[in-house]
Design a protein around this ligand. Structure first.
Ligand code: FUL
Length: 517
């Protein structure tokens, strides 16, 4: 009897122990799920949410349109009568549709260029669409574009030229600054969300005393449109790249010091390259026109799609946004030949980049933060997003990804991305490939990656390659690794690094990739 009870007690105790052990295991498993390996510390500066959206949009369309379109000029002197502005078929929806079908998500319109003519009915001047014959003076180009952009879920940006060659008060600093702020207020309060304001520092000859109160303007823009990024030679949010060819430096940092830059007086090298030690996130926007001029001229033709592709490598492929100007013609429409080029350009991009030839590769890393299979596993680099990434174990100095493509693959483009929400880190890197003799050869090297880096080089065919990060501001992180074949772009110099490479121990690298692209 006693033995039976003991036995029963023992069974109960055993059952309780099993239940407790099971519960403990469940709890500890769920606790470890709730506390994964900590993410790497961010490296400052970091982008704002507005910047992240801007980086990811990659392509924006600039629309230079106004009296110059009808007078065949680039810088109107402000004397053309408002009757000059008379497009017979203006259709802002066509502009937005063309942009959307060519892969552009943001449109920027010259609401006012240097001639001072306003494409919206401003209450502060008589020099606007209101005084023109277009739609009997009741038209508003900014409104038409704002409606089209909203319908197609695109984004709107505006250029309000500080230099105004028509307005009498231009030259009287206080009065003109108040006038400018009043016009800016109209633009920022009448047309819904404005995502970008584009400013330059142009001034007339002999107007050196005319001062623009940029800080006041910036405050007001941010106050009225907190979602808007301000572009100028010196930020505060986006910087000019230093040329109007759409070409960034082959080293291109988003970090920058706005105190080291001056609107209207640009150190072009600083603008092109940014600043590894910069304390503000001010990425570069590359503006260039599809045609020789910014405005439409009957005698000019658009660049070819191949030229646009080359510009894409040197802008988007160097951590920048490409702001491509496509000027509507005097009918008020984007010309058929420009549309043709844009569609060809978009086809070139999708034929090169829509497939990652490394998508099924086996990738191994020199180390992984939190061990393999953690949140920072190297397999993340095959996902097309910046929000998942590979991170090495802390405290390493050798950082390498080995990519086994599983079979020989021909390619000539590499695509790399950093998770820039944690700051821009990588200073320099190189990529090696394995030849048939089992020797590693450096095929390309580069400085800076940022949001996106594209490297074009002579075609190679290999199964194994490795990305070696030579220098970084902190533990380097990679969010995307892509390999592509571009059959359209020709190397400007047939100077392949493969020829210069000796053996695996003696890998010789060029100082710069710049002559390849
Ligand atoms: C410059 C202007 O002078 C050009 O006409 C053009 O608008 C270009 C985008 O910005 O500052």
């Amino acid at each position: 009897m006693l033995n039976n009870r003991k036995q029963r007690d023992l069974q109960v105790a055993l059952t309780y122990t099993i239940i407790i052990l099971t519960l403990t295991t469940i709890v500890s498993v769920s606790v470890s799920v709730q506390h994964p390996t900590a993410a790497p510390l961010p490296v400052l500066p970091i982008p704002t949410a507005r910047h992240l959206q801007w980086h990811q949009s990659e392509l924006a369309m600039f629309l230079h349109f106004g009296t110059n379109t009808f007078t065949d000029s680039e810088w109107g002197d402000g004397a053309a009568p408002p009757s000059t502005f008379s497009p017979d078929s203006l259709d802002a929806r066509q502009w937005a549709t063309v942009a959307l079908s060519a892969g552009f998500r943001r449109l920027l319109l010259t609401a006012k260029h240097h001639d001072g003519f306003c494409l919206w009915p401003s209450n502060y001047t008589d020099y606007s669409v209101k005084a023109s014959p277009w739609r009997g003076g009741s038209g508003d180009v900014v409104r038409d574009l704002a409606i089209a952009v909203k319908e197609l879920r695109l984004e709107l940006g505006l250029y309000l030229s500080p230099w105004d060659r028509h307005q009498d008060c231009y030259g009287q600093t206080l009065e003109y600054n108040q006038f400018y702020l009043a016009q800016m207020t109209e633009l920022l309060t009448r047309y819904g969300d404005i995502k970008e304001i584009f400013l330059d520092g142009a001034k007339g000859e002999g107007e050196k005393d005319m001062e623009y109160f940029f800080d006041v303007w910036f405050n007001m823009i941010h106050q009225l449109q907190p979602g808007a990024l301000i572009f100028s030679d010196a930020g505060p949010d986006l910087r000019w790249v230093g040329d109007e060819a759409g070409v960034a430096g082959s080293t291109c940092w988003s970090p920058f010091n706005t105190s080291a830059a001056k609107i209207g007086d640009v150190d072009t090298q600083y603008a092109r390259e940014g600043d590894e030690l910069g304390q503000e996130w001010v990425p570069a926007e590359c503006d260039v026109s599809i045609r020789p001029g910014w405005f439409w001229h009957p005698s000019e033709a658009p660049k070819s799609a191949h030229t646009l592709l080359d510009i894409y490598y040197k802008s988007v492929g160097r951590n920048c946004l490409l702001l491509l100007n496509v000027p509507p013609n005097s009918s008020g429409l984007i010309s058929p030949e420009d549309i043709q080029v844009l569609l060809e350009f978009s086809e070139l991009l999708s034929s090169i980049f829509s497939k990652n030839l490394a998508e099924r590769a086996m990738i191994t890393a020199s180390s992984t933060r939190g061990g393999g299979d953690s949140l920072f596993d190297v397999s993340n680099v095959l996902e097309e997003t910046i929000y998942t990434y590979w991170a090495p174990a802390e405290g390493q100095s050798d950082w390498m990804l080995h990519v086994d493509l599983k079979k020989k693959v021909k390619f000539n483009v590499l695509q790399l991305q950093e998770p820039i929400q944690l700051g821009q880190r990588i200073i320099s890197f190189h990529v090696d490939c394995l030849n048939d003799k089992g020797e590693w050869h450096t095929m390309v090297d580069g400085t800076t990656i940022g949001y996106k880096r594209l490297l074009l080089f002579s075609e190679v065919e290999t199964r194994h390659l490795r990305l070696v990060i030579d220098q970084a501001r902190a533990d380097p992180l990679i969010s995307f690794f892509g390999v592509h074949l571009d059959p359209y772009s020709k190397m400007t110099k047939d100077d392949s690094m493969l020829k210069r490479t000796k053996n695996p121990q003696q890998i010789e690298r060029s100082d710069s990739i710049s002559y390849f692209i």
